[in-house]
Structure formats: structure tokens, C-alpha cells
Design a protein around this ligand. Structure first.
Ligand code: COA
Length: 392
């Protein structure tokens, strides 16, 4: 096969699809869902309305959103067999691994691959949006040996999730802030997990496999896993005075500063700006967090040292501080990102089905040709560990 074009590591800047779901201007710091600025949605909308907008391509009428919310509310429960399966997961396992396995397990229970049937698509959308939060909350309790808390039909999406997680009804401000966090994480063009969802979708497999593969991709520290790493880093820094020496140490070691930098944004991520304001609202209502001051100082220090390279806070930098104030354990930050991003993954799944062609890029082969097959007893013995050879 002849290769046409230039090889771009990480496919940077290579268009992989045509999409009308979201738009990012990384120079101006603009993010739009279906053409609407994310700042306006964060102020006026709700996560489920945003999910509807992303997946079905338009803002819903009152009747449409009522029916969507109603369907999701009554599909929140998960099968006892899935709960039983989750009880067998090791308690030390990462919640993202638990979520990936549980999301894939949904495919065992619901009729597969009627991809040309709009009813199947609608039901899969509802099931995934409804059940993923229940699975995240269930694993949090089950890993401590407790039973999962059943969803409460009288609570809306975000309030119900926080209720299932903490076993008590959340303060209305906590539920509202959490809902805005979900809106901000719902979609972000062709990031790694969305691309992974699209590749999986292009094989015409079922939507549960699509979401499970995307969850696996989101788990990595260069993607969704960064929000956890930010909190570990802030804890490690420990004080405002230690920010600049700590940063110098990272830069000397050429280590990445978690929560900073982005393939597309070369200015502060607009979601980071909104999340920072939400964090401040929470601290005002529920009390101060010393790690916030460390974070603000770190942002200033990184701007001094790396601003010229376009390295600014991304969505993960302030989200961890918000979740922490909401009483959410650090290792649930990425699963919460997944709860939100299910909306975007499903929107891309649906868009992919509408114009599907299986993804099958090419490669530039860099190996050799015509090598002989060497019998095993003639193969060179590896040198092994040089330290051992020296008798150390
Ligand atoms: N800390 C320090 N330097 C960073 C940086 C960070 N967080 N992010 C990028 N840079 C620097 C790189 O060292 C590189 O410098 P160089 O040109 O002098 O070698 C330059 O910026 C380009 O970085 P690169 O890794 O090639 O960018 P990318 O587009 O491949 O990577 C990320 C984007 C998000 C993977 C990267 O910024 C990163 O690892 N950030 C930290 C993890 C994170 O927060 N992820 C969440 C993303 S929403």
C-alpha cells in the first residue's frame, strides 16, 4: 500500500471525521456543544438537557426533556447479577476498572446490535446514562463490604448520584455544582476516549462495548486520570511556600505538571475557569480548603515558567478540588468524568452509525524483510542484567 501524506505522531491535527457535535477554539478558549457556548449551558441548562442536546442534536422541548428524564429516572437500577458480579471485584481494584467491567457486562443483559432500530438506540442511550452512575456508586460501597444504596426516584440525576454515594441527600448547592461539573465534562471533540469509542462503534458492535472501551481509554493519567494525579500533587506540595521549589524540581526532571497543558488549548481551558468559580462558591458555603491556595499559587508559577509555551490549567486542574469538597474520594474522580462523558461518547456513537465506515488507518512499516527463522537452540543467549553479571 502506498502511503500518502505526512506521519503525525499522536495524529496531531489530522482530521479523523466530520462532526457537528462540539467545537473547540484552542487559541481563543472557546468550547461549544452543538454551537452553544459551554459557559451559557453551565449557567442555564442541566446535565440531562446537555446530554439530550449532544445526542439528539437539538435542545429538547419541555415534553421531550420530561420524557427523557422520566425514562432515565426509572432505569437507574442495575440487575442483581451485575451487583453480585461487582461484589466479587477485589476491594483494592481501581473504580475505573470496576466501571469498565460493569459497563461491558450490560451488553450481556440487553438485546444486542439492533443498530438500525431507533428504539434500540434510544433504549441504549437511556440505560447507559441511567446505570453508569449507579454502578460507580455501588462499587464505592461494595468495596467496603456494604450493600449498594438503591437509587431514589424522587431525586434528580445529580442529587440521586450524590445520595447513592454518600448515603444522604446532598445540599442543593452541592447537587447543582455537581450537575455543572457533569455538563462541563460531557463532551470535548475527538479526544482519546471518544476516538476509541468511535473506532469501536465503527465495527458495529453494541453500545455497551463502545462505552466500555472508552472507559478503558479515559482511565490513563494523560487523559481522565489526570484529575486524581492533580490532588496527589497538591498534597505532595503541602504548602504555598513549597509551590515554586516543587515546580522547579518537576521542571528539572522534565516531568509533566498534572492538570496543565492541552493538545488543543493554548490558553486557560474555559472549563477550568468555570470550575475555579464553582470551587470558590463551595468554599464560601462549606469552608475553606488549603489546597485551593496551593493550586492558585501553582497556576501563577506555571504561568511564569511555561505560559510562553501555551501551558495553562486544563479541565482537570480545579475539578479535583470541587469533588473533594463534595466529599468524593479521589479514586472516584475519573469514574465521575466517565459518568459525564458517556453523553459525548453516545453522541459520537450515534453520529458514527449515521455515516459508518470502519476505521482502518495505515502504518509506515519500519521493520526488516526476508529474515530467516532461527531454530530455538541456535538463538543468541540474552546478555541479562549487567549488574548480576558483575556479581553485584
Ligand atoms: N507540564 C510541563 N510541560 C508540559 C506540560 C505539562 N503539563 N504539557 C505540555 N508540556 C510541554 C512539553 O514538555 C513540551 O515541551 P517541549 O516542546 O519543550 O518538549 C510541550 O509542552 C508540548 O507537550 P506535548 O506533551 O508534546 O503535548 P501533547 O499535546 O502531546 O500533550 C497533554 C498534551 C495533555 C498529554 C500534556 O499537556 C500532558 O501530559 N499534561 C499533563 C496531563 C494532564 O493534565 N492531562 C489532562 C488533559 S485534559
Amino acid at each position: 500500500m502506498t502511503f500518502v501524506g505526512e506521519y503525525k505522531p499522536g495524529l496531531e491535527g489530522v482530521p479523523a471525521t466530520l462532526s457537528s457535535i462540539s467545537y473547540v477554539d484552542g487559541q481563543k478558549g472557546i468550547l461549544e456543544y452543538r454551537g452553544i457556548r459551554v459557559e451559557e449551558l453551565a449557567q442555564k441548562s442541566s446535565f440531562l438537557e446537555v446530554a439530550y442536546l449532544l445526542i439528539w442534536g437539538k435542545l429538547p422541548t419541555q415534553e421531550e426533556i420530561d420524557s427523557f428524564e422520566h425514562d432515565i429516572r426509572y432505569h437507574r437500577r442495575i440487575k442483581y447479577r451485575i451487583r453480585d458480579m461487582m461484589k466479587c471485584f477485589p476491594e483494592t481494584g481501581h473504580p475505573m476498572d470496576a466501571l469498565q467491567t460493569s459497563a461491558a457486562a450490560l451488553g450481556l443483559f440487553y438485546s444486542r446490535r439492533a443498530l438500525d432500530n431507533p428504539q434500540y438506540i434510544g433504549e441504549a442511550v437511556v440505560r447507559l446514562l441511567a446505570k453508569i452512575p449507579t454502578m460507580v456508586a455501588a462499587f464505592k460501597l461494595m468495596r467496603k463490604g456494604n450493600d449498594a444504596v438503591q437509587p431514589r426516584d424522587d431525586l434528580d440525576y445529580s442529587a440521586n448520584f450524590l445520595y447513592m454515594l454518600n448515603e444522604r441527600e446532598p445540599h442543593p448547592l452541592a447537587a447543582k455544582v455537581f450537575d455543572v461539573c457533569l455538563m462541563l465534562h460531557a463532551e470535548h471533540t475527538i479526544n482519546a476516549s471518544t476516538f476509541s469509542a468511535m473506532v469501536t462503534a465503527s465495527t458495529l458492535t453494541d453500545p455497551y462495548a463502545v462505552v466500555a472501551s472508552a472507559v478503558g481509554t479515559l482511565a490513563g493519567p494523560l487523559h481522565g486520570g489526570a484529575n486524581e494525579e492533580v490532588l496527589f500533587m497538591l498534597e505532595d506540595i503541602g504548602s504555598v511556600e513549597n509551590v515554586r521549589p516543587y515546580l522547579d524540581g518537576l521542571l528539572e526532571r522534565k516531568a509533566k505538571i498534572m492538570g496543565f497543558g492541552h493538545r488543543v488549548y493554548k490558553v486557560k481551558d474555559p472549563r477550568a475557569t468555570i470550575l475555579q468559580k464553582l470551587a470558590e462558591e463551595l468554599f464560601e458555603q462549606f469552608g475553606h480548603d488549603k489546597y485551593y491556595e496551593i493550586a492558585v499559587e501553582l497556576e501563577a508559577a506555571v504561568q511564569d515558567k511555561l505560559g510562553h509555551k501555551g501551558i495553562y490549567p486544563n479541565v482537570d486542574f480545579y475539578s479535583g478540588l470541587v469533588y473533594r469538597k463534595l466529599g468524593i474520594p479521589t479514586d472516584l474522580f475519573t469514574p465521575i468524568f466517565a459518568i459525564a462523558r458517556v453523553a459525548g461518547w453516545l453522541a459520537h456513537w450515534k453520529e458514527q452509525l449515521g455515516k459508518n465506515r470502519i476505521y482502518r488507518p495505515t502504518q509506515i512499516y519500519t521493520g526488516s524483510h526476508g529474515e530467516p527463522y532461527i531454530p530455538i537452540d541456535e538463538r543468541a543467549v540474552p546478555l541479562g542484567d549487567p549488574l548480576e553479571q558483575e556479581g553485584n
